[in-house]
Design a binder for this molecule. Structure first.
Ligand code: APR
Length: 312
């Protein structure tokens, strides 16, 4: 007998709500929107609104709000947004003290109630939070991924498309490294449907686009007073769909590195194949010397936050 997949969304805030809408609209499964007891009614109200939305749009997914982890029992996928977002002037790393106990709480409950769920972490500082989540679970690296690369690549692609005057659909680009201001847009692999971006966009414009991509999250925080949620949610749903439908998509994700790219026991953005077994493969792409140096710099930043986490 066919059964629906169970999707657990941990954190029913801005990204959590948008995730629920996208998962339900795509009928990827039934959705549980979890938040802390103080926000239980908020989660339940949001879930009810989203279920009623299904009667208009025509989706059948059940969406429930809860503050009880037992409801997440046996979830197939968890997407974790629990924690506080940035405010103007804050870096993602500034969130570590607040979000570390939260990710530990989430990971301990996930270990108890749905230890086999494929987990996608969005909470910031991303690379350190996903590291800690896996450490607490003690699971295989392939079962956990951080969402950053799809989003950062999307930002890069949009800016490139606008500058070149082409459709976003035709821009192929990938942003690797940590989800911070020293992330690595890989220019050597960036094309407009196979045409190197540098043939269509002048060097100074490309440099400005790389800079804008690196600060892409902060640009939105400064405008809205809180962090982005539409594109982050879509990015995580793309990763979840790749897992649920065994799509073998090649996406940039924060993946557990065990020697790949020369890094060990670290999560960082690299090209991965996501399929029914989770992060099935990390793809080693040739980087220029300059890109390798940028990746090393980014890895250093990630490691310094992970070191703080390890000592806390
Ligand atoms: N368990 C579950 N949910 C929690 C917990 C916890 N222990 N602690 C806090 N939360 C909930 C909050 O109650 C809130 O509803 O997480 C939710 C976060 O929602 P928002 O404040 O709207 O934040 P959002 O914009 O969704 O971003 C969440 O993702 O991109 C990152 O930097 C961002 O770390 C932030 C996270």
């Amino acid at each position: 007998m066919a059964t629906r997949k169970k999707i657990g969304l941990i954190g029913a805030g801005n990204i959590g709500g948008e995730l629920a809408r996208l998962f339900a609209n795509a009928e990827l499964g039934d959705v549980w929107l979890y938040d802390i007891p103080a926000k239980e009614n908020f989660a339940k109200g949001k879930a009810l609104d989203l279920e009623q939305n299904g009667a208009v749009l025509g989706y059948d997914s059940n969406i429930r709000g809860t503050a009880n982890w037992a409801d997440l029992e046996g979830a197939d996928v968890l997407v974790i947004t629990a924690g506080i977002p940035r405010k103007p002037g804050q870096s993602r790393d500034d969130l570590v003290a607040t979000n570390l106990p939260i990710i530990r709480d989430v990971a301990n409950n996930a270990k108890k109630f749905c230890p086999n769920a494929f987990a996608i972490v969005i909470s910031n500082p991303l690379d350190a939070m996903v590291y800690e989540y896996r450490r607490v679970l003690g699971c295989a690296g392939s079962q956990v991924a951080g969402m950053a690369g799809v989003l950062d690549s999307a930002r890069f692609q949009l800016f490139l498309a606008r500058e070149a005057g082409v459709s976003v659909k035709d821009v192929r680009a990938m942003v690797l490294g940590g989800h911070g201001d020293d992330m690595v847009p890989v220019l050597s692999m960036t094309t407009i449907n196979g045409v190197p971006a540098s043939t269509l966009i002048a060097k100074d414009k490309l440099t400005a686009i790389i800079e804008r991509t690196r600060k892409g999250g902060g640009e939105i925080v400064n405008l809205m007073g809180t962090s982005a949620y539409y594109a982050p949610a879509s990015s995580a749903v793309a990763m979840a769909a790749a897992y649920l439908h065994d799509q073998k998509r090649l996406l940039a994700c924060a993946a557990y590195l065990d020697g790949e790219y020369g890094y060990k026991d670290l999560f960082m953005g690299v090209p991965c194949i996501i399929g029914g077994k989770g992060v099935e493969k990390i793809i080693d792409i040739p980087l220029t010397e300059e890109e390798k140096a940028m990746l090393a710099n980014s890895a250093k930043s990630v490691q310094s936050v992970v070191d703080v986490v390890k000592k806390s």
